[in-house]
Design a protein around this ligand. Structure first.
Ligand code: ASP
Ligand code: MG
Length: 235
């Protein structure tokens, strides 16, 4: 069996252009890395949760939407113009606005999952574009086609058999020819509703997908300012 490494990058590792570029270098450094699982850009999930809880004041809602848009477009500014990616981001932002308005009057767990999933849906569009711009043949995969769950919104349980079936049929063949970029944290139930695995769920997604594609290794990358060479509690 060919070596296949899965690499997961959290929110701080895809927070901005510089962080995404670092993560791209990590991917370039290992040709076995052909499945990449990422989180939403740092801070985005919290802003989406705020909207999901219902922001009734229209001006305040606009401010939150503008912050979310700005995080993504300020990364795209550094990349070659790509109309398809701009359209994809704007489409997701339109969905965010529609869901936010609905949540302001009648919030629900189901609506919350559709809303908070938008962070990963956007970060993967941008990161795939960045990888391609850097000469890595990458393709974005909507993980909701692969990672199937029950319908316990906000804390869904993955269906391992269904997930393995779709991962083997769709994801693994793609990983054999290029770098697949997909979302952590989110999935879909049998009716196609978007679900989430709970806050911080991207590590779990990466492990599930690594197992489902029968990867040979899994790396969970994180961004830290430095590492201690000794136990800092020992003077
Ligand atoms: N974006 C999600 C969160 O902030 C999932 C994750 O980053 O693992 O909880
Ligand atoms: Mg985490």
């Amino acid at each position: 069996m060919n070596a296949l490494n899965v690499a997961k990058f959290g929110g701080t590792s895809v927070a901005d252009y510089a962080a995404m570029s670092n993560s791209a270098s990590v991917i370039k450094g290992n040709s076995d890395t052909r499945l990449v699982v990422i989180s939403a850009c740092s801070g985005v999930t919290n802003l989406l949760v705020e909207l999901a809880n219902g922001v009734a004041d229209a001006k305040k809602q606009q401010d939150v939407l503008a912050k979310i848009a700005d995080i993504h477009f300020s990364i795209l500014e550094h990349l070659p113009a790509n109309a398809a990616v701009d359209i994809a981001i704007n489409d997701v932002l339109d969905e965010v606005a529609t869901f936010a308005t609905a949540a302001a009057t009648s919030p629900s767990d189901r609506l919350t999952d559709s809303l908070v999933a938008c962070g990963e849906l956007m970060s993967t569009h941008i990161f795939t574009h960045l990888l391609n711009a850097q000469g890595i043949d990458a393709e974005r995969v909507d993980v909701r086609q692969i990672l199937k769950t029950d319908n316990v919104f906000g804390n869904a349980t993955p269906d391992l058999v269904e997930t393995a079936f779709h991962a083997q049929g769709v994801l693994r063949p793609l990983c054999d020819v290029k770098v697949a970029v997909t979302q952590g944290f989110i999935g879909a139930d049998n009716d196609g509703n978007t679900t989430t695995l709970g806050r911080g769920g991207s590590d779990y997604s990466a492990a599930l997908l690594a197992e489902a594609v029968q990867a040979t290794s899994l790396e969970i990358w994180t961004d830290v300012p430095g590492i201690y060479s000794t136990d800092p509690r020992i003077a």
